[in-house]
Design a binder for this molecule. Sequence first.
Ligand code: NAG
Ligand code: NAG
Ligand code: NAG
Ligand code: NAG
Ligand code: NAG
Ligand code: NAG
Ligand code: NAG
Ligand code: NAG
Ligand code: NAG
Length: 386
Amino acid sequence: MPPIINILLFIISWLVAPSAGNCECGYTAAIGSSTLQTSNFLFTDIIESDFLHIRNISLDTDWRRQSFAVTPEAGRGPYGMNFTVNNVLSNPISDLNNWTGPGVLGGDAGLHFTVDHGIPTDGYVKVSELDSSRTDLLWGTYRASMKLSLTPGTCAAFFWYFNDSQEIDMEFLSSQFIVENNTFPVNLVLQSDQSVQAGFNAAGSSNFKLVNLPFNPTIGYHEYRFDFVPGNVIFLADDKELATMDSSAVPKQPGHLILTNWSNGNNKWSFGPPAEDSVISVAYVKAYFNSSLSDRQSAWATRCKGSISPDAICAIPDLEHPPNPAAPASTGTISTPATFFFSDQKNMTDNQTVYHKSKGTTTALGVFQQTIAMLVTLTFIITILL
Ligand SMILES: *[C@@H]1O[C@H](CO)[C@@H](O)[C@H](O)[C@H]1NC(C)=O
Ligand SMILES: *[C@@H]1O[C@H](CO)[C@@H](O)[C@H](O)[C@H]1NC(C)=O
Ligand SMILES: *[C@@H]1O[C@H](CO)[C@@H](O)[C@H](O)[C@H]1NC(C)=O
Ligand SMILES: *[C@@H]1O[C@H](CO)[C@@H](O)[C@H](O)[C@H]1NC(C)=O
Ligand SMILES: *[C@@H]1O[C@H](CO)[C@@H](O)[C@H](O)[C@H]1NC(C)=O
Ligand SMILES: *[C@@H]1O[C@H](CO)[C@@H](O)[C@H](O)[C@H]1NC(C)=O
Ligand SMILES: *[C@@H]1O[C@H](CO)[C@@H](O)[C@H](O)[C@H]1NC(C)=O
Ligand SMILES: *[C@@H]1O[C@H](CO)[C@@H](O)[C@H](O)[C@H]1NC(C)=O
Ligand SMILES: *[C@@H]1O[C@H](CO)[C@@H](O)[C@H](O)[C@H]1NC(C)=O
């Protein structure tokens, strides 16, 4: 075939090609485990937050920084806690297309959660919490990429919450980390009516497991994940299964997501407050879930009706490698591949309500780039035809 035909065919196919999958029927994940042999679960809604690039958390409508106080009595510790919005701070990588390097404030890129160090003069330790705005999160696969810190005396957690007896927790107590033995446990908890009655102590029940992570969570970013499906909760770290819980404590109500870092000196749990400030960095949260809201359910039914094209259901990619913007130079890593977000693709989050990190700025840039690409192509065609 003469090259010109090839080129024309290429251009025609490019012009008429259907857009990539639109995911209008939802997102699927293989949720397997030793006790739960299932194939794919379908989820209709998403929240995706790229904290390595979201510039200002206070503008992100998917999340709310929390401001409230917990008295020493209510928190069962010698100190109270003052959840302070300024203790949740964005530290993005300046270049939207770069996934490696420090944040604009220096240090690890991502969203920083801090517990202030030292004995608080007013009896309240300044701590941090971020909640999802949506509270209609039901069955789903919930993922957060975080880098923890070794500073003892804090409890960092990624959890899902409806009320004190319907709660799914991944809690990291820095006092439990033993570097010399390479032991880094995570506390996996389903709170239940029983644990509430036992004074918030799920220990000893099948709803509590202390599991060692297969890596050092204070070196690099790792993905912590729980899959919450009817009757089962499966906990994973970097896609490796840590535990499955299938008791009656598996929640049944819709809830919201919480990222938090706290300390109240409680000598059975958080210990602390820490002797020095140190911060965890959250690279992203990805949540694919079903909504409990009837208008979200009927919106799904409307956009997914009729014949279903193969690309109407999008597979959630497996974690190929955790993002590692803080890769030490010694590993020779110059850049980390981008982490996949449906919300970064054209038209793969149709009818979703995700906050777009590049709102405003790159839309204009995108239009500009497309226009230039179009002009170049046209010039090219004309040149060849002439
Ligand atoms: C986006 O997806 C919707 C639903 O499938 C479709 O109607 C629309 O044409 C798509 N738009 C583009 C620009 O691909
Ligand atoms: C989520 O909702 C969709 C649409 O109703 C349904 O097909 C799917 O099975 C639900 N997923 C789970 C895990 O129940
Ligand atoms: C983030 O946005 C808020 C609200 O517009 C603004 O007050 C604040 O100064 C911004 N912070 C940064 C670091 O740009
Ligand atoms: C929490 O911190 C804020 C800001 O420093 C302060 O105004 C407030 O009084 C504190 N609340 C408690 C209960 O300590
Ligand atoms: C990303 O930023 C890092 C640190 O600033 C820099 O070393 C690297 O060259 C950049 N990578 C790309 C692909 O721009
Ligand atoms: C949580 O909600 C469930 C269902 O509404 C209820 O049965 C339970 O008592 C609640 N737990 C607490 C601690 O309020
Ligand atoms: C580390 O492991 C060794 C051998 O099991 C044990 O003797 C030691 O007490 C452990 N260190 C700590 C700090 O737990
Ligand atoms: C919690 O705060 C402490 C003290 O500031 C810090 O060392 C730790 O890294 C933080 N953890 C998380 C998960 O933010
Ligand atoms: C989703 O589509 C429904 C109609 O199918 C519409 O009423 C609703 O406003 C849309 N929601 C979003 C967030 O786009």
